[in-house]
Design a protein around this ligand. Structure first.
Ligand code: ATP
Length: 892
């Protein structure tokens, strides 16, 4: 891939570097960039290699239980029980295959996620600024960097403004390195090459432009290693909880089995070989060895469903946390609103103009409010409209008849306004040569450009938050009048910008804040940015689900409150401003937060305090962010959520989740999927444990009391096998149940095995055991052979499992409904599979031979179905009773 000869780029002057690369500050042309892409290959590093499939498969066998089973199979074989040995091996292999496939799916689901969030780079090509996929960068491309960007390739910096870069990934140095334009000596160490920005490092502050000198594997990071990415880890707190639970259960069962074996041989006088096989089978039946694999797949399915709803999970534990989220803190612009700006009001001096139109289309009438002379008003507004164009980096484009912006939407709106007023922005920008600028920054909330007219004067054009612009100068009375105007526009939900200008000595080359002082206020503009309809619906859903939504915005309090009202964020939304937050102690803030829906003019530091305040009250907080300074609050939040479209790389890397569409509704969709995952995991447990428990109790009773085993060892293994590949999987695929967003979020400390779940497992285990034994003795009493009775017991257990599955599907609600009984495709396929397996087990001669079964009559079958149905109704009645009794909080 690397064809450029290695050079000491850091020792060349910027002009030499540009010349060597045959490029210019205006960048390459599109055609040249395409040619170079063919020559150099994509700007990407090879993906890390995961574990090989064979190793992953073998790893499935690396487990104490499996060793135990394999040893038992060997023992069975040596003792002449070839069939039992074979069935044990089959159980082991089937479990391994199922585990292998599920783990593979889970890993794939996760590793596919990063590729959904493609890295973008801002380049200048053919003199125009555009955003391209970072993989398409080529040597010679001119790239712009700003705070929060990950440097997309190795760059020789050609223009630098207060740039500092964190290079720990490359140099191990944790303090951000200051950068400049001047060349350094050829033998300077990597960490000291201040004229370079290296691929993979992170811009901490400032801006810069640089020319690409190396891409892909030719970059410094590409040469030292390709191990930047790692294979995602599948461990989550929940999985660890399950693993440790399964380990404890396995230990307990093994001990119990050993005791039972001793009892069977010593007290009951069983043949020790028979007893061993029976006890092993029991242990196999009782240990939920498939549980971790099913839960992993449940999480993976959650991740996939969230991605389909535009929420990409970067860290697997977030799937669980999302389901418990009790507060969502969100930005306003672009997340709750559409971020499609249009200037609707211009206030210049005594005049107020109304602007019509739609979107960025540069057509629409400008009329005068309050009856003043329209022509005079438009003339008075000429300065402010011009200022809007000259303090601006955006372009409007038209494709397929639709006008779109490249750059900041508010700046796009300013260009549309200029065209409506008959001003051509290209001419104006050509006339006024741009000398320097102070870029917009959320901390000082304004932007300024220094421009020089061909005729001579230098002028600084300023736009920003009204109070920030007013603070630059002007009389007290003026300020009060403008404040009134701002409040009036903001209260109608408009976003307000102030504009100012100041003439400077012609030779001024560099702009700083001192030079802005004394600027003349030109006026205000109000922008409309309509709320997203889907956000309004999602907020309503949150409120019914007991999730509080807080808007944290850099915008004016009036604008924020007006939008909050339009979105019904709270019944009567209350607001705090950044200044008020600053005056509060942490305790006071924690006190105020529950009653406050809007935080306006808030900075990233305020965001951090707001998250902490809520967490101190036990809340689980999801928080959105996009800027580099949002990283601390994203890390602090339980589910840090970054913006995939507008966000910086720094924010994305600090976040647990990235929204592909920057849309608030996607967060809520992810919360709903998170709740579904947690529910499904509990369903899997509620269904799996009693299966094992029921047969366990029946067999243990037989040994303790001393009657014939109701199932043979091989039959227990068969049940295990059939359940693992059929019904055991389907609960992972359950769609969100009804009512999932009408109950409050689960508590942070709620145990997975809640009191209700334990009660359920116990009750159903006992019920199953009772039914199995009743069938076993009933059949023999009615004259059936032992063989027939056992065949009935096995079939009864599977039938009971199927009916119970329908109980479990809706754990909190009645399952006795059309939707509840209809099942999903997965449920029907699994039930079909189990039925076919049981028919073969009962009627196919080879299986009858292996498993010692006998054909059953239709009457027997009907009786078992009736018993299964009766159990279903009984457990439904129990659910209703428990809800009436109110014993369990979660049923309330
Ligand atoms: P959020 O996305 O959280 O709602 P925001 O976009 O409202 O935040 P910032 O981007 O921090 O917040 O903007 C804060 C204020 O700075 C805006 O209300 C506006 O007055 C001003 N502002 C925003 N963008 C620009 C810009 N490009 N030039 C000048 N001023 C700007």
């Amino acid at each position: 891939m690397q064809t450029e000869p290695l050079r000491d780029w850091h020792a060349l002057s910027t002009a030499e570097a540009l010349a060597c690369l045959d490029t210019a500050p205006q960048g390459l042309s599109e055609t040249e960039a395409a040619l170079r892409l063919q020559a150099h290959g994509p700007n990407s590093l090879p993906a890390p290699r995961g574990r090989s499939p064979l190793l992953r498969f073998l790893a499935q066998f690396h487990n104490a239980l499996i060793y135990f089973l394999l040893a038992s199979a060997l023992a069975a074989l040596l003792l002449g029980h070839a069939v039992d040995a074979l069935v044990i091996v089959a159980v082991v292999v089937v479990n391994a295959v199922v585990g292998f496939i599920q783990e593979g799916r889970a890993e794939k689901a996760l590793s596919g996620m990063e590729s959904l969030i493609s890295d973008k780079a801002h380049v200048v090509r053919g003199g125009l600024r555009e955003s391209v996929d970072a993989a398409t960068l080529v040597p010679g491309d001119v790239v712009m960097l700003e705070a929060g960007d990950r440097v997309p390739a190795d760059l020789r910096l050609i223009r630098v403004r207060a740039l500092a870069i964190e290079e720990a990934a490359l140099t191990g140095e944790s303090v951000a390195a200051e950068k400049g334009e001047l060349p350094v000596a050829a033998d300077t160490a990597l960490a000291e090459r201040s004229a370079m920005a290296y691929s993979g490092t992170l811009v901490a502050r400032g801006q810069a432009t640089g020319v690409v000198v190396a891409t892909g594997t030719a970059t410094e990071i590409g040469r030292i290693s390709a191990l930047l990415q790692s294979v995602p880890s599948l461990a989550t707190p929940l999985l660890r909880q399950i693993d440790s639970f399964a380990a404890k259960l396995t230990a307990a069962i093994s001990l119990g089995a050993a005791a039972l074996f001793a009892f069977a041989v010593l007290v009951r006088g069983f043949d020790w070989v028979d007893a061993l096989i029976a006890v092993v089978a029991l242990a196999v039946g009782a240990i939920p060895e498939g549980l971790p694999a099913v839960i992993t797949i449940t999480l993976a399915i959650g991740v996939q469903r969230m991605a389909a709803r535009k929420a990409v999970i970067r860290k697997l534990p977030a799937v669980e946390t999302l389901g418990a989220t009790s507060v969502i803190c969100t930005d306003k612009t672009g997340t709750l609103t559409r971020n499609e700006m249009m200037v609707s009001r211009v206030m210049a001096g005594v005049h107020e103009l109304r602007v019509e139109g739609s979107g960025y289309q540069p057509e629409g009438a400008i009329t005068c409010r309050g009856g003043s002379d329209a022509a005079a008003a438009i003339a008075a507004a000429a300065d402010i409209v011009r200022c809007g164009v000259l303090c601006n980096d955006a372009h409007l484009r038209r494709s397929d008849g639709i006008w779109t912006v490249t750059g900041d939407p508010m700046e796009g709106a300013l260009i549309a306004l200029a065209r409506k007023a008959g001003i051509d922005e290209a001419d104006l920008r050509g006339e006024w040569h741009r000398v320097d600028e102070i870029p917009f920054d959320a901390s000082h909330r304004l932007m300024a450009t220094l421009r020089r007219d061909a005729a001579g004067p230098s002028v600084v054009f300023i736009k920003g938050a009204p109070e920030a612009v007013l603070a630059l100068g002007g009389s007290r009375e003026d300020a009060e009048a403008w404040d009134l105007g701002t409040t009036r526009a903001a209260d109608e939900g408009e976003r307000v910008l102030g504009f100012a200008m100041r003439e400077l000595p012609p030779a001024t080359e560099r702009l700083d804040f001192g030079l802005l002082q004394g600027a003349t206020m030109l006026g205000l503009m109000g922008f409309i940015d309509p709320p997203r309809e889907e956000a309004r619906l999602a907020i309503a859903e949150c409120r019914s689900a007991g999730i509080a939504v807080k808007m944290i915005t850099g915008d004016h309090v009036g604008t924020a409150l007006a939008i909050a009202r339009q979105l019904a964020l709270a019944d009567t939304p209350r607001a705090l401003t950044g200044t008020q937050i600053e005056a509060m102690s942490d305790a006071e803030l924690a006190e105020a937060v529950p009653h406050t829906a809007v935080f306006a003019r808030a900075s990233p530091e305020h965001k951090l305090r707001i998250v902490r305040a809520q967490q101190s009250r036990g809340a689980i907080v999801a928080m959105t962010g996009d800027g580099v300074n949002d990283a601390p609050s994203l890390k602090q939040a339980d589910v840090g959520t970054a913006m995939g479209v507008s966000g910086t790389q720094a924010a994305r890397e600090a976040a647990e989740m990235v929204l592909l569409d920057d849309n608030f509704a996607s967060i809520v969709a992810a919360v709903r999927e998170g709740r579904t995952v947690y529910d499904n995991i509990r369903k899997v447990i509620a269904w799996t444990l009693p299966t094992n428990g029921g047969e366990g109790i029946a067999v243990i009773l037989a040994i303790l009391v001393g009657f014939a085993l109701p199932m043979t060892a091989t039959q227990i293994l068969w049940i295990n096998l059939v359940m693992t590949v059929t019904l055991g999987l389907v609960l992972a695929f359950e769609p969100p149940g009804p009512g999932i967003m009408t109950r409050p979020p689960r508590r942070r400390d709620a145990p997975l095995l809640s009191a209700f779940l334990l009660w359920r497992v116990l009750l159903v285990s006992v019920l199953f055991a009772a039914v199995l034994l009743a069938v076993f003795f009933g059949a023999q009493w009615a004259g059936d052979s032992l063989r027939e009775a056992r065949t009935m017991v096995v079939n009864m257990l599977v039938i009971a499992e199927i009916f119970y599955l329908f109980n479990v599907r809706y754990m909190h609600m009645r399952s006795l409904s059309h939707a509840g009984l209809q099942g999903t495709r997965a449920v029907l396929i699994a039930v079909g599979g189990a039925v076919i397996a049981q028919l073969a087990f009962t009627y196919a001669p080879p299986l009858q031979e292996v498993f010692d079964t006998a054909p059953l009559s239709i009457r027997d079958g009907a009786a078992m179905l009736a018993i299964g149905a009766a159990m279903f109704f009984l457990l439904e009645a129990e659910k209703t009773l428990m809800r009436k009794l109110g014993w369990f909080e979660e049923l309330a």
